[in-house]
Design a protein. Structure first.
Length: 365
C-alpha cells in the first residue's frame, strides 16, 4: 500500500483549491483505491469531512515530520503554491515542506504546479535550490515551465501537463438549478454568471464589469448571478459588482455561501455565459462546457485562456464595459467548439499526473 502525503492550500474555503484536492485524490484512488493518503490542511477536520481523507494541521510541525517519516511520497499539489505575489511566507512554507521531505530521504513530486511569478531574488534562489531536489516535476502550463527554466532548472526535467481540475467529471445540473430557483431565478431564461476576487485597486475594473454585465443583460434579457469562489474572501468584491450594476429589468442575485466542488460545477453548468477572474471559475465553466470570458489579474489566467484558443477580454487595469459586451455578443448562443476540443486534449494530459506519481513510487531507488 502506497503512503502519500499531499501539501497544498487546502482547508481555506477556496473552491479552486478544494477542487484541485478532490481531483488529485480521485485520480490517485482511481489507480490505487487502497492508497494511504494524508493531506496537510488549514482545517483538518473540514478536509477530512469534505474529502474523506486523513488530514493534519499545516503548522503542526511534529505531526508533519511524523507523517513525512511514514510517507513514501510527498506530492506538492496543484494551484499556485510557488509564487511570492500574495506572500513570501507562503512560498517559504511550501518550499520548507519539500525540503523536509528530501531531508527525510523521501520522493517528491511537484504535481501540475503553477509556477510564479517569483519576484524576490532570494526567493528565486531558494526555489531553484529546493525544486532541483524534486524527483518529478509536472506543471500545468508552458509559462510555468519557462519560469522554472529561468530559475535555473533543466528543461528536460520538467513536463507540461494540465490543471488537475480538468480531470473532474461534469456534474449534474440539478443541485445548481434548485439553488438558482430558490434564489428566484427563472431557468428558462438566460443566466450570466460572474466570479470576481478582491485585488488591489480593482474598483474601476469592477465598475466596468458591472456596466458590461448590464449591457449584456439588457441585450439578451439575461439574469445575473454573482458567485464568490472563495468564502468569505471574495464576498466584498462580489457585493461591489452587484451594487455597481445599474437597475435592470431582470434579476441580479449574489450567492453568499460556500459550496462543495460538485455544487459549484452544477451552478455554473446552468449559466449561458461565465465571466470570471478566478482561474478555477473559468476551469469549472470549461468542465461544464459553458462559454467563458476571462478577466486577467495573473499570468495563470492568460495561460489558461490561451491554451483553450482564446484571450482575456481585458485585465484589471484596462477592462472596458464595451469590450465585455462585445466579447459576450460574439459568444452568445454559440457552442464553444474550439474550447471543447482543447479541454478534451488538456484533460488527457491532466490524467497523466497521477500515473507519473505512481511510476515514481514504484521506481527502484
Amino acid at each position: 500500500m502506497s503512503k502519500i502525503l499531499i501539501s497544498g492550500y487546502y482547508g481555506f474555503n477556496n473552491a479552486g483549491d478544494e477542487a484541485l484536492l478532490a481531483a488529485i485524490l480521485a485520480s490517485l484512488y482511481a489507480i490505487e483505491p487502497e492508497a494511504d493518503i494524508t493531506v496537510i490542511s488549514g482545517n483538518p477536520s473540514e478536509t477530512t469531512t469534505k474529502h474523506r481523507v486523513k488530514s493534519l494541521f499545516r503548522f503542526d510541525a511534529g505531526k508533519i515530520l511524523s507523517a513525512l517519516g511514514r510517507a513514501d511520497l510527498l506530492i506538492s499539489g496543484g494551484g499556485s503554491l510557488l509564487q511570492d505575489v500574495t506572500s513570501k511566507r507562503s512560498l517559504a512554507y511550501y518550499l520548507s515542506i519539500i525540503a523536509l521531505a528530501k531531508l527525510r530521504g523521501k520522493k517528491v513530486m511537484l504535481f501540475a504546479q503553477g509556477i510564479g511569478p517569483i519576484r524576490s531574488g532570494f526567493m528565486r534562489f531558494l526555489t531553484r535550490v529546493i525544486c532541483r531536489q524534486a524527483d518529478v516535476i509536472t506543471v500545468r502550463d508552458r509559462e510555468s515551465a519557462e519560469e522554472l527554466v529561468r530559475l535555473g532548472l533543466q528543461r528536460e526535467k520538467i513536463e507540461v501537463t494540465a490543471d488537475s481540475v480538468l480531470t473532474l467529471e461534469p456534474a449534474s445540473r440539478e443541485a445548481g438549478a434548485a439553488i438558482l430557483q430558490k434564489a428566484g431565478l427563472v431557468l428558462t431564461e438566460p443566466i450570466i454568471g460572474v466570479s470576481v476576487r478582491s485585488w488591489p485597486e480593482n474598483r474601476r475594473c469592477l465598475q466596468q464589469l458591472a456596466l458590461g454585465l448590464a449591457r449584456i443583460s439588457r441585450r439578451y434579457d439575461a439574469q445575473v448571478v454573482v458567485l464568490p469562489l472563495q468564502y468569505p474572501m471574495d464576498v466584498e468584491a462580489s457585493r461591489a459588482v452587484r451594487n455597481f450594476i445599474p437597475p435592470l429589468a431582470q434579476k441580479v442575485v449574489l450567492l453568499e455561501e460556500a459550496y462543495p466542488t460538485e455544487v459549484f460545477l452544477s451552478l455554473i453548468g446552468n449559466f449561458d455565459l461565465l465571466l470570471g477572474m478566478r482561474l478555477h471559475a473559468l476551469i469549472f465553466a470549461a468542465v461544464m462546457d459553458v462559454p467563458l470570458l476571462a478577466i486577467s489579474y495573473d499570468p495563470k489566467v492568460d495561460s489558461f485562456v490561451k491554451a483553450i484558443g482564446s484571450e482575456p477580454v481585458g485585465t484589471i487595469e484596462d477592462l472596458l464595459a464595451e469590450n465585455v459586451a462585445a466579447a459576450a455578443g460574439a459568444l452568445w448562443g454559440k457552442e464553444p467548439v474550439v474550447q471543447h476540443g482543447r479541454i478534451a486534449e488538456m484533460r488527457t494530459l491532466a490524467l497523466t499526473n497521477a500515473a507519473k506519481a505512481f511510476a515514481l513510487l514504484h521506481e527502484e531507488d
